[in-house]
Each structure stands twice: as C-alpha cells, then as structure tokens.
Design a protein around this ligand. Sequence first.
Ligand SMILES: [Zn+2]
Length: 280
Amino acid sequence: MDRFVPQVHAAGDVHTSLIFAFNEAGDLLLAAGDVPRLPPAEVIEGAAGIGVRIHMGRMGPAACVAAAGPETAPEGCCYRGLRELLTTLDEGVLGLAGRARQLLAWDRDHRFCGRCGVRTEDKEGERAKVCPACGHTVFPRINPAVIVAVLRGDRLLLARNGRFRGNMHSLVAGFVEAGETLEETLHREVEEEVGIRIDGIRYIRSQAWPFPSTLMLGFTAQHAGGEIRVDGMEIVEAGWYGRDGLPPIPAHGSLSRFLIDTVLGLAPEPAPAQRTEGTR
Ligand SMILES: [Zn+2]
C-alpha cells in the first residue's frame, strides 16, 4: 500500500478517491459483504444527501476524503461501527477512517466561533478554522488518555468498569487533566480507581482512538504499595490475574489488549488473513 501524505488542499495528480463517509452516528460507509472494504468512490459520489467533504491528503494516486455520508446507505453499501472493524479492517485504512471521523466531528463542532459566536472559516493552507471577526483559531484537538498494565510479580491488575458489558475486565485508564504530566495522571488514576500506588512506569506505545478524539498512551508499571480498594463508582471489581484463569478481556486490535498480551506473554494478534487491501 502507498504511504499516506497529509494535505490540506488537493495537490498533485490524483486519478481516484478513497472516500471515508460517516453518518451522524459516526459509523463508516462500507461495501456490503463479509470482508470490509470501502465502496467505490462513484457509488458514494452518486448518492443523494452527501454533505461536508474534507480533503485529508493523498495515498499514491488516490485522494483521501472525509465526507458526511447520506443518511441512508446507498444500494450495495452499509454503515458499520468503527469499533467492530478494529480487527478486520486493514490497519492503514483503519487509521485513515479514524482520522476522517475525527476531522468530521471537529468540523461539525466548530462551525461557529466559541469566543464570539460568528461563523468560522477554513484557514488557508492550514488544518484550522478561523473566526473572521475576532481571529480566534481552532485546530483539531486531540485528548490524551493513559492506559496502564500494572504488574505485581507475574500477576496483572485487571478491573471491571461498571459500564462494561458482562464480566469484561480491562486495564486502568483515564484522561489527562489540564496541567498534569502523564506520570501524574497514571498515579492519580490508579490511586483513584483501585487505591494502590505504582512505580517503574515505562512507556510502551500509543494508539489513536477516534471515539471521538482520543490519543491513548500505553504504559506498564509495577505495584509499589497498598491493597486493591475499588472506588465503587467507575470501577466495581478488580483483582490480580495470572495468564491462566483470565476473565474476559478486550478484543484484539485495542491497545489494552496489546498491553495485556505483552506483559502476560500471551500469543500475539493473529495474522490478519481476512484483512482487505483497502482499495479496490
Ligand atoms: Zn470570534
């Protein structure tokens, strides 16, 4: 697959388009069928009710476009939630879909200046919206959040959030608050949610999480003191688990699962045999 080059305006010789169309609910328009792939551009172009279009950049000969899709999927197409596509959509296509989803949400949420209420305009040559009255400029905003695999010996801290379905357990996670360092967020979240102290914090990797505009930063850490005491609000249950006897954990494709697999030495993500080439 060609490398994606971000652009604010279409430039260069493009012969085709990859259109990432989302409905109001934030679901991606795909061609109907078992293997998820984007519908042909002309099918989307020809659909009634297609709204905002944002040029994101190019990939080889293809312009990559985010679009507000029609309310009803055109014939031969269907809308699918991005979360359920985490393990089945090609990684490069998934990344662009997440980018498109975030840009569309940003475009929708900043049509008017938050400072003086005047309608904003797209800034020339930059991914930004500017207010013609007061000059206030808004860039797409990413919200950082941390997620941490805390180990005590060879056992891993897993917690059940009250919002999770069934008996699903995952890692402690939370948003970075204004003024905090990532380390401070980690200490605070772990202390708040399960009442323990940690040390030996180590950064592992990150994942764009476009639900709606989060950057997840993944860490490992060691238990440094205290016994589990759940907050009873966000976290209703938590415990130390070895690789045998794990409760249900998040599916492959998420950073939480990657961290769990890594620290417990579980089998890595299965090869994406069913993944599509993404383009036609
Ligand atoms: Zn203004």
